[in-house]
Design a protein around this ligand. Structure first.
Ligand code: 6IA
Length: 137
């Protein structure tokens, strides 16, 4: 299924330790569909930057989830915003795929790892991320 809108969710204020990984993951997702949230990969987007008011960001992101065919959430770095987006998407009947690095499995919130509504994948590296995700999209 090509050209589907993909909402990629990943930590911003939760922490930017995986920003380089997010960029690679978005690069892959863009070969499959249209990533609505390419800004997540930006090195310029820091935990502290606040170029837009929160209510504007919230409204824009909710509108984009409503447009998405699927939500892919990178959940290795804990993020309140990503947790909220997962829940919102599930409540609105969107398919949600959660991707967590295998070495962080034990630290993943049980409310995500144990949620029957999400498709949960644990991956080792970028190649594994792509291998597991490709058949799901
Ligand atoms: O709680 P977090 O900030 O980690 O939440 C991250 C999630 O919320 C991401 O999946 C985004 O979709 C959304 N989000 C949070 N902040 C922003 C943002 N700018 N722009 C777009 N989406 C966002 C915030 C810049 C900021 C550092 C003030």
């Amino acid at each position: 299924m090509n050209n589907k809108n993909i909402y990629f969710a990943a930590s911003i204020r939760g922490g930017r330790a995986m920003q380089i990984d997010y960029a690679q993951q978005i690069g892959f997702l863009n070969t499959i569909g249209t990533v609505l949230t390419e800004h997540i990969a930006s090195a310029a987007l820091t935990e502290r930057g606040d170029e837009l008011p929160s209510d504007t960001i919230y409204a824009r992101d909710i509108a984009m989830i409503n447009l998405a065919a699927v939500v892919v959430a990178e959940v290795t770095v804990p993020s309140l915003g990503v947790g909220f987006e997962i829940c919102y998407a599930l409540e609105h009947k969107k398919p949600v795929i959660c991707m967590c690095r295998l070495d962080y499995k034990d630290r993943l919130s049980a409310m995500i790892g144990g949620c029957p509504g999400v498709i949960m994948c644990y991956y080792e590296n970028q190649a594994d991320f792509e291998l597991q995700l490709a058949p799901l999209l």
